[in-house]
Design a protein around this ligand. Structure first.
Ligand code: OOG
Ligand code: NI
Length: 427
C-alpha cells in the first residue's frame, strides 16, 4: 500500500498525543520533569510480582491531564476532537457541593484493549457561570468567553474529515496532532486587561483561570505510580511543596480506587491586553496511584466510611472495616474482577479503577485555588445540562466494569469447557 494512504488508528494517535502532551508539559513546567524522574525511580524500586499494578506494561506511559472549559460549545467541540483520539466521556462529576463552580467528565479510552495500548485520560471541567451570584460579573465573563475560539479552523476541518471517513491518513494525523496540541499550550498573552483579570480573580480564582486566557491550558499532567507514599516522601525530601495529605483511601495491602496528591508547580508570567505584565498561578503537579474498581455495593460502602471520617482531623482508621483480602472482596461483591483460563483452572485478578473520585477532585481543585473550606453552592446536579452541552450522555463507568468482568468470565468459562472436553476425549 502507498504510504500516504496508510491510516492511523485512534489508539496509536492517542499514544502519540499523550507523549507529545508530556513533552510539552515538561518544557512548560520543569517540576513535572523532576516528578517523572522520581516516579520512574519509585516504580522501579517498587516493582514486584506481588505488588498490584507494578508490573503493568502500561504503567510507564500512563498519565492523566486536566482542563477547564468556558462554554457548552467548547465542551461539545472538545468531545469531537477527543473522539478522534478514541476518548469518550465517562462519568459525571458534580463539584458544586464542594464549592467549585464546575461540573466534569473524564474523557478516556474504553475497553481493555484500548486501555492497554494507551490509557490516556483527560479530566474535563465546564465552568458553571450560572453559579456566579453577581449578574454583572456573570455577563462580563460570558461576553469575554463568547469572543474566543480555542480550536483552529484546520483542526475542526480534520475532525469533520475523520467523522466522515472514520480515519485519517498519516499526513492528516500528523497535522491533527500538531493542531490539537496547540489547544492545550500555555499562552502568555491574556485575552483581557490586567484590571479585568483582577476583578475576575477577586470573584473566584477559577473564573479568572478559565475566562482570562485564550485557551484551556493543560492544568496538570499526572503520572501513575505503584507507590504514592514513596513518591510523596521522595518529593518532600527534595523540598517540593507537596500537599499535606494524600487524597482517597489509605494505604492498604490491596489498593482500591484512586489515591492522589498534588504540589504547587509554578507562577507564570502573563502579558495582559493593556500592556501590563503580571502573573498567574494555576498549573500544578500531581501524582496518582490506581487500585481496584469497586462495584456499586463496594463504592457505597467506601463512601459511607468516607463520610464517617469527614471530621476535621479525619483518621484513616474508619477504613479499617473495609476488607483487604481478595477472597472477601470478591465473595462479598465489593470489587470487580477480570477472569481468564490457565490450563484447567479459572484465574482472576481485580480490574483497575480507570476513573476519578469527586471528593478527591474537589480537594485537588482547592489545593491550588487556595481555599481550604469554601462554601458549597446550594444547587441540584446539572447533569442534564452537561449532557446537552456535550451532545450525548456520558457513559456509565459501573456498566463498563461490569461488562468487562462478565465478558472475561464468559470467555474463560467457554475456554475451560473446550479444554476439559478435549482432555476427556484424550482419556
Ligand atoms: C481538575 C481536578 C481533578 C483529579 O485528578 O481528580 C483532577 C482540575 O483541577 O482542573 O484532575
Ligand atoms: Ni488530576
Amino acid at each position: 500500500m502507498n504510504a500516504s494512504h496508510r491510516t492511523v488508528s485512534s489508539d496509536l494517535l492517542r499514544a502519540r498525543f499523550s507523549q507529545a502532551m508530556s513533552d510539552l508539559y515538561r518544557a512548560e513546567v520543569p517540576l513535572y520533569g523532576e516528578l517523572l524522574e522520581i516516579v520512574a525511580d519509585c516504580n522501579r524500586a517498587g516493582a514486584s510480582a506481588t505488588a498490584p499494578g507494578t508490573l503493568d506494561e502500561r504503567l510507564p506511559v500512563e498519565r492523566h491531564g486536566a482542563i477547564r472549559l468556558g462554554t457548552p460549545q467548547e465542551l461539545r467541540a472538545m468531545r469531537r476532537v477527543l473522539a478522534v483520539l478514541g476518548m469518550q466521556p465517562v462519568g459525571y462529576y458534580d463539584l458544586a457541593p464542594a464549592g467549585v463552580p464546575v461540573h466534569s467528565t473524564a474523557f478516556r479510552p474504553v475497553g481493555a484493549d484500548s486501555l492497554g495500548r494507551s490509557p490516556f485520560r483527560l479530566f474535563t471541567s465546564l465552568l458553571r457561570l450560572e453559579l456566579i451570584a453577581d449578574a454583572g460579573l456573570r455577563q462580563q465573563a460570558a461576553t469575554i468567553l463568547a469572543r474566543r475560539q480555542i480550536f483552529s479552523d484546520r483542526l475542526l476541518a480534520l475532525v469533520a474529515l475523520h467523522e466522515k471517513n472514520g480515519e485519517l491518513s498519516g499526513a492528516q494525523a500528523d497535522e491533527f496532532l500538531q493542531h490539537a496540541l496547540d489547544v492545550f499550550r500555555w499562552q502568555r498573552t491574556a485575552a483581557v486587561s490586567h484590571a479585568t483579570y483582577e476583578t475576575l480573580h477577586r470573584a473566584h480564582r477559577l473564573i479568572a483561570d478559565v475566562v482570562c486566557f485564550k485557551g484551556p491550558h493543560i492544568n496538570h499532567l499526572t503520572p501513575r505510580t505503584c507507590d504514592i507514599d514513596a513518591v510523596q516522601a521522595c518529593m518532600r525530601a527534595r523540598g517540593i511543596d507537596v500537599k499535606e495529605s494524600i487524597e482517597g483511601p489509605p494505604r492498604r495491602r490491596h489498593p482500591i480506587l484512586l489515591r492522589q496528591t498534588s504540589f504547587k508547580a509554578l507562577e507564570e508570567a502573563v502579558a495582559f491586553s493593556d500592556g501590563i505584565t503580571g502573573s498567574h498561578t494555576a498549573r500544578f503537579g500531581e501524582v496518582e496511584q490506581r487500585g481496584m474498581a469497586l462495584t456499586p455495593k463496594g463504592r457505597a460502602f467506601y463512601d459511607r466510611l468516607l463520610a464517617q471520617g469527614d471530621a476535621p482531623n479525619r483518621s484513616d482508621d474508619v477504613f479499617a472495616g473495609f476488607p483487604d483480602d481478595l477472597q472477601t472482596l470478591r465473595d462479598d461483591g465489593l470489587a470487580y474482577f477480570r477472569y481468564w483460563a490457565e490450563g484447567t483452572t479459572l484465574r482472576c485478578e481485580p480490574l483497575v479503577y480507570e476513573d476519578f473520585l469527586p471528593v478527591s477532585a474537589a480537594g485537588i481543585f482547592q489545593s491550588n485555588l487556595g481555599s481550604a473550606d469554601p462554601p458549597s453552592f446550594m444547587t441540584g446536579s446539572a447533569r442534564d445540562a452537561f449532557e446537552l452541552a456535550l451532545g450525548c450522555p456520558v457513559l456509565d463507568e459501573m456498566a463498563l466494569y461490569k461488562d468487562e468482568s462478565e465478558t472475561s468470565l464468559r470467555q474463560a468459562q467457554a475456554l475451560l469447557a473446550t479444554t476439559c472436553a478435549a482432555l476427556q476425549e484424550q482419556a
